[in-house]
Design a protein around this ligand. Structure first.
Ligand code: AMP
Length: 421
């Protein structure tokens, strides 16, 4: 008998009933014994056509005497019994049963790949799988090299540096598809891809969310490796900032407006940690997201002013289906706040349209965005600004290369977004 893990999903009809029925069919199947079934989790459809309904997902641990292809045939039978017709890959379906793992077997056939090739990218698989088998998640997470101290990180890269290029993605972890796009690009353009995960205490104000910032290193390791990361650097706070620590990097321009005005000391913390990480990793290229546009400009200025021999690459903002910029902080939002937060990008998009139709007054543009956001019950505005995209100085009218940037609270969660014109 082999131990197998299955992924279960449904997004048509009575989703819960479909999955519970699938489990019942599994229990009745000859050669299959169901040992554990996870709770069921809601997830937004990934890769499906726009407007597809949400999914309900779970995972099951089974023991089976069926060989992998015979098991696949049995699972297809169950899917058919539950009304699944042959459909294109990402189309809605009443039931989807995937083989995630089959003992320690690797299968690479046109119609069956085990372990499931996309499981590492999918929260809706990792979450229920972790619930029924924390050990498996630990094992997958350990497949990517993780380094926790600075001397070992330097030693590991000293070798690589001789004849390979190093791409670097600094993050605070709790990785989402925005981070993943940076990691993919770093691996595409370089021989070695390093991702750091460090929740930097220096960039949080005393009343900010440092303590409750979401952390899940196992999940980060799995996601980073699925995107091509070769090594994860997770420095300990004591090593980054020992008691004797007394050196800070201040970028004088660019940091007094927008988020810099609302979060005093934030960019000093960001520039300091990124400078330290650049010194430790010494990358050829470092990747940042446009979502944190001001941060990217501050880092560019620091690298230029301090003669750091690397390129800074800024990648586009990755968004949820409704336009909300992906952010680790989105996990703080409750359902109604999450729905309301989509207004940020929608109002920026409306501003873009109005500008192309001839509106040039910053006051009018900001006024319209303000009105749209304040229609949402949980929203409070921190700032909305029209600025020069290079200097970040405020502008009375939109001309040349301009930035519209904003920050707003939804309940207790502060979110940011921006567009470039
Ligand atoms: P963080 O972990 O929030 O510090 O972000 C690490 C890096 O990922 C920064 O360069 C961010 O700008 C970038 N990033 C965060 N969210 C997104 C997103 N939605 N799209 C693209 N890049 C992002």
């Amino acid at each position: 008998m082999a131990t197998c893990y299955l992924g279960l999903g449904s997004n048509v009809g009575n989703k819960k009933k479909n999955i519970l029925l699938a489990v019942k069919y599994l229990q009745k199947s000859k050669g299959i014994k169901v040992e554990k079934v996870s709770r069921l989790y809601e997830s937004s459809p990934c890769g499906c056509p726009a407007g597809s309904p949400d999914f309900l997902n779970g995972a099951a641990k089974i023991r089976t005497s069926l060989a992998p292809l015979a098991l696949l045939k049995e699972l297809k039978n169950i899917e058919r019994c539950l009304g699944r017709k042959k459909a294109k890959r990402f189309f809605p379906r009443p039931i989807d049963i995937d083989i995630l793992f089959y003992a320690n077997k690797k299968v690479n056939l046109p119609n069956l790949k085990i372990p499931h090739p996309r499981l590492k990218m999918r929260d809706f698989v990792l979450t229920p799988l972790k619930e029924i088998s924390p050990g498996i998640i630990k094992k997958i997470a350990s497949e990517v090299k993780t380094i926790k101290d600075i001397p070992s990180m330097r030693a590991f890269l000293a070798h690589a540096r001789k004849n390979m290029s190093i791409g670097f993605v600094p993050t605070m972890g709790y990785l989402h598809d925005g981070h993943i796009s940076l990691i993919r690009q770093a691996k595409k353009e370089n021989d070695v891809c390093v991702v750091s995960v460090f929740v930097n205490p220096l960039q949080f104000g005393p009343k900010e969310d440092f303590k409750k910032y979401p952390r899940d290193l196992e999940r980060d390791s799995i996601k980073a490796q699925s995107a091509g990361c070769d090594v994860i650097f997770v420095p300990e706070e004591r090593q980054m900032y020992p008691d004797s620590y007394c050196t800070y990097v201040n970028v004088d321009k660019l940091t007094g407006t927008l988020c810099g005005a609302s979060r005093p000391g934030h960019f000093k913390g960001v520039a300091t940690v990124v400078c330290k990480l650049f010194n430790i990793i010494q990358p050829d290229v470092a990747y940042f997201g446009q979502k944190d546009y001001q941060q990217a400009l501050v880092i560019k200025a620091m690298a230029k002013d301090l003669n750091m021999p690397l390129k800074i690459s800024i990648m586009p903002t990755v968004r949820e289906a409704d336009g909300l910029a992906m952010s680790s902080r989105n996990s703080y939002l409750n359902l109604s706040e999450r729905a309301e937060a989509a207004v940020l990008y929608q109002s920026l998009q409306q501003a873009r349209k109005n500008i192309f139709s001839g509106e040039k007054s910053s006051k009018a543009i900001i006024g319209d965005i303000r009105k749209a956001i304040l229609k949402k019950k949980s929203a409070k505005i921190d700032y909305i600004a029209v600025a020069d995209a290079d200097t970040l100085e405020s502008r009375d009218s939109v001309h040349g290369k301009a930035l519209i940037a904003l920050a707003a609270w939804f309940g207790k969660t502060r979110l940011i977004d921006n567009i470039l014109l």
